[in-house]
Design a protein around this ligand. Structure first.
Ligand code: NAX
Length: 330
């Protein structure tokens, strides 16, 4: 059988800590398949080119059978040339004394430039996953400045939150996380996100019936998932990296193929107003994927508690969008 032609896969923030785990997972075949050759396009900022060179040396030293070439650059035009997939991980980190507003403004500028470069240089079929924070609003801005690429080709990562939630449910129910399905993260990848276990199943049975502890769900489960990132920083003195890379890999793996018949995944995607969410923001929904195309799961019953949480996280996303647009148009 003839070999598949290589996929061009861009990773930004390629000298950073998430990329350090992510690059191996992509290169090993986990994401795009173990018969899919790859050309890696690695982007970072100019001062990081020395470090990035070290990462390229390590990729070479892995002698990975699927990696056919590596392009390392500080120029988005080169990084995004003819790419099929983009993991936009690179972002400005929060520095001491920095207000949330300043962080948003700095990142909006980065994602405006990257959106413009994707528009000009990437394939129109490119699938773009934004990991760098604030991920949902960065994805929105990126898409806004790449009008020739369909809006459904942009998404923001909430898969880490979904994976964290599955792990918490599995621990509580004394099962494996693979037994937990249909776990939903609604809204923003921030502390306003709503991890919703009401539709989740454990070995095919309703998780809420198995756990049967409403107070635990509200007072332990939801805040634990919402604050897990901060708990990892407190323990590791560094933010989540291995688990973030795994989640980014899971997200893109499903997006390039499908979701199993008995499961769905959570992705930040363009809201069409489903479930009374604000249309036009990047809102995390439960989605199913067929042949590389996602659709929002419809017809779920939401409790008043859930509706309240969705309204709160939707309001935050609208505020972020409005602030971001002011920066972009300035
Ligand atoms: P690091 O600081 O280790 O790496 C970030 C890299 O991005 C650095 O090498 C930096 O030079 C590079 N960079 C900065 N500006 C760039 C630009 N304009 N173009 C290309 N590269 C650029 O951070 P890391 O731990 O890897 O985290 C990366 C991002 O992921 C952060 O914004 C972080 O907040 C976000 N996260 C998002 C998560 C999610 O679930 N959506 C979870 C994990 C993580 O916190």
């Amino acid at each position: 059988m003839s070999e598949k032609s290589p996929l061009r896969v861009a990773v930004t923030g390629a000298a950073g800590q998430i990329a350090y785990s992510l690059l191996y997972q992509i290169s090993s075949g986990y994401v795009f398949g173990d018969d899919q050759p790859l050309i890696l396009h690695l982007l970072d900022i100019t001062p990081m080119m020395g470090v990035l060179n070290g990462v390229v040396m390590e990729i070479q030293d892995c002698a990975l059978p699927l990696v056919r070439d590596v392009v390392a650059t500080d120029d988005p035009a080169v990084a995004f040339k003819d790419i099929d997939a983009a993991f936009l991980v690179g972002a400005m980190p929060r520095k001491e004394g920095m207000e949330r507003k300043d962080l948003l403004a700095a990142n909006v500028r980065i994602f405006k430039v990257q959106g413009q470069a994707l528009d000009t240089h990437a394939k129109k079929s490119v699938k773009v996953l934004v990991v760098g924070n604030p991920a949902n609003t960065n994805a929105l801005i990126c898409s806004h400045f790449a009008p020739s690429i369909p809006k459904e080709n942009f998404s923001a990562m909430t898969r880490l939150d979904q994976n964290r939630a599955k792990a918490q449910l599995a621990e509580k129910a004394k099962c494996d996380s693979v037994d937990v399905k249909k776990m939903t993260i609604w809204g923003n990848h921030s502390s306003t996100q709503f991890p919703d276990m009401s539709q989740a199943t454990i070995k095919g049975q309703a998780a809420s019936g198995i756990i049967n502890d409403e107070a635990w769900m509200r007072d332990v489960f939801v805040p634990t998932v919402q604050k897990r990132g901060a708990a990892v920083i407190a323990a590791r003195k560094l933010s989540s990296a291995m688990s973030a890379a795994k989640a980014a890999s899971d997200h893109m793996k499903n997006w390039f193929s499908c979701t199993p018949a008995d499961d769905w995944v959570s992705m930040g995607v363009f809201s069409d107003g489903s479930y009374d969410t604000p249309a036009g923001v990047m809102f995390s929904f439960p989605v199913t994927i067929q042949n590389g195309k996602w659709s929002i799961v419809q017809g779920l019953n939401l409790s008043d508690f859930a509706k309240e949480k969705l309204a709160l996280t939707g309001k935050e996303l609208c505020e972020e969008r409005d602030e971001a647009m002011v920066v972009c148009l300035a």
